[in-house]
Design a binder for this molecule. Sequence first.
Ligand code: AMP
Length: 201
Amino acid sequence: MSDNKLTGDGPFSVCVYCGSRNGVRPGYRALALRLGTAIGQRGWQLVYGGGRAGLMGAVADATLAAGGTVVGVIPQSLMTLEVGHAGLTELHVVQTMHQRKQMMAERSHAFIAMPGGIGTFEELFEVWTWRHLNYHDRPLGLLDAEGYWAPMLQFLRHAAAEGFMGDDQMAMLHSDDQVDRLLDLLAAQAGDPGDDNFGKI
Ligand code: AMP
């Protein structure tokens, strides 16, 4: 077992994947601030990629400002580029992207993807695939603003209709544009993480 596993002690921890850019519409950054504020006000913990740019920095700053704790996990290569956030509760510098994503997952009771680009997509699809393959049993949410995720959801329904995905896989991803409603749902669905299979990834 890795040292990073959830023990049942400590605050409820939500892993957030989101853009290292702000996007063109103000609604995206406003959503990041609402999410971070809600996590902090609940006394929960944010786990994220450790950056200070874009929506990543916004959600981290808002969580801290509202009294929550923030765990960042960043690879050495990005740290060298000085994109790391200096004011976090914990900042873990790891060697590889794979170590980073595994540690972020191990430290989290639930996962949320907010608007973002290819880095966000990659993280969302990986943790979703891990759930489907039974590496973990933790809930996943898509937090929307400005209808950002609608074209992707439409494509995913197309993939299901064409027989490349099952309805059970689609049902694993909860989509909402209301922060508190999504957080309540994920908290209700997150059981005791117990023993997972991250070590087998
Ligand atoms: P993207 O959606 O392409 O902007 O990538 C954002 C996701 O990839 C985040 O959730 C991070 O985990 C990772 N990432 C990409 N760029 C950075 C960066 N400059 N600093 C920290 N993490 C990053």
